[in-house]
Design a protein. Sequence first.
Length: 431
Amino acid sequence: MSKLGKKEPRMDTDEHGCDFLEKLLDGAEVEWVALGEVATFLKGKSLPKKSIVEEGVHKCIHYGELFTYYPAIIKDVKSRTSQSITDSIVSLSNDVLMPTSDVTPTGLAVASCIREDNIVLGGDILVIRSSAIDGRFLSTFIRNNKSKIMQMVKGATVYHIYAKDLAKLSIPIPCPENPEKSLAIQAEIVRILDTFTELTTELTAELTARKKQYNYYRDQLLTFEEGEVEWKPLEEVATFRRGSFPQPYGNAEWYDGEGCMPFVQVADVANFGYTMHNITKQQISVLAQPKSIFVESGSVVVTLQGTIGRVAITQYDCYVDRTLAIFTSYKVKLNKKYFAHQLKAKFDKEKEFARGSTIKTITKAEFSKFEIPLPPINEQDRIVAILDKFDTLTHSISEGLPREIELRQKQYEYYRDLLLNFPKPQTEGVA
């Protein structure tokens, strides 16, 4: 059962999962054909930009809007005349839509199956229409074969894909001699994959709600009225210094080798959970270690450059780069986790005003003036205990919702690859 209490779809497979598709096909043959043999291609048409008449109001999709889930962005448009709408291409509920030009190469593999009739298709939209293929099956197949689609792209700065090229894409048609059974098999594949998508969507929605709940309680617990507790600038609360590293960064002898240690940079500090990643991107060599700053496990660090305001309590001994500040001692009685929460909350407010366009930074002088509220230590402990409960559920990779969402996504990808892995002929065409 998922954490939502829903029963997960049961998949009867052997240890390799290789017999599931065979059971689904139930002895039916699979024929690989060129898409152009079973589908027709239409092109959307540009629409008038100005609305002059109230008559003939239609829903419309422009090609740029295919990059988001279309039901959320379908717009009503009015035409100059009813004739201009009549001349446009309108959808059928099984159509697959693709943008064909003026987008990035990665965007060209977008394919959406539309489930509504009579929507006006404007701009450079390619419409793939077929009675032999379930549109949801085809759009999933296209997205799963992105690399093949990208080989068809033309252009240097403005990228295009053409129907004549896409028509050569080889696609599997299960049970081609029985169209009704073929569509039923395709629909069952889509149903199974949609089940995983639905589970992931619901878990993601729950995670979003948990984050809002967490942020609400965090803000409530970390906010104090004037005069309720003592406030002190950071320089009166703790002693800190920046990390360090020998220059230039690209010198190979500063990295790896016998006796090397984890080297923590901005990217090694997790975006949530007040931890560092389990493995740092770089290991600092014995030669470079005396030129850096050693930090013991259990120390509070915060990023001050680039992605500013990430806070962690180190979970292993390491050396730390100059883009981070390290808290070395404390001048008042503090729960380190409470201190980390307050640093993060302060940065969430302050980093929007930090200098810099691409790389933002906060100076040591500015950082030293950050004011921290200081309730009694037992109150700090109580706040931390409450926030830890929310933090575990909301952010933990090993036991919270993000981990379950990650597993569901991997499960979806596994069955997507499995269910689209039809037997192939010995010699293939373009695909």
